[in-house]
Write a protein that binds this ligand. Sequence first.
Ligand code: FES
Length: 143
Amino acid sequence: MTTASELYKGVMMDHYHAPRNQGSPGSDQVTARVHNPLCGDDLELGVTLADERIQDIRFRARGCSICIASGSMMTEVVSGRQVAEALDLDRLMNEWFSGEATEPPSGLPEPLPALGPVRHYPSRTRCVLLAWEALEAVLDRGD
Ligand code: FES
């Protein structure tokens, strides 16, 4: 059983306290803004694409610690990747957070497995997936 105190520690809290790639999207970036209707929090993402690769990525969030940590981790792992690779990671995260498997799917890079304890709190799933939803929207627009 995962307790709330186990949830708010380690790598996840490091990303919450020191988010990577945090900042306002630039006017030259492809952007998307998504919100969590359950709490009203939102997240804005800006991506610069070059040759089907994520060259630069930034996010700005008004959200809970899980949302901010997840946004930080997502931007860290997709930065520099091909769009197709980023969409594969998006699929893995969505499958992991909607399925029964307790272990992180193979191919999920660090530090994403650190979000695993959140799976014990289904009401917080959206907090994790909000950043990925923004990524999907941006990559959809960037085609
Ligand atoms: Fe709003 Fe987590 S409680 S995004």
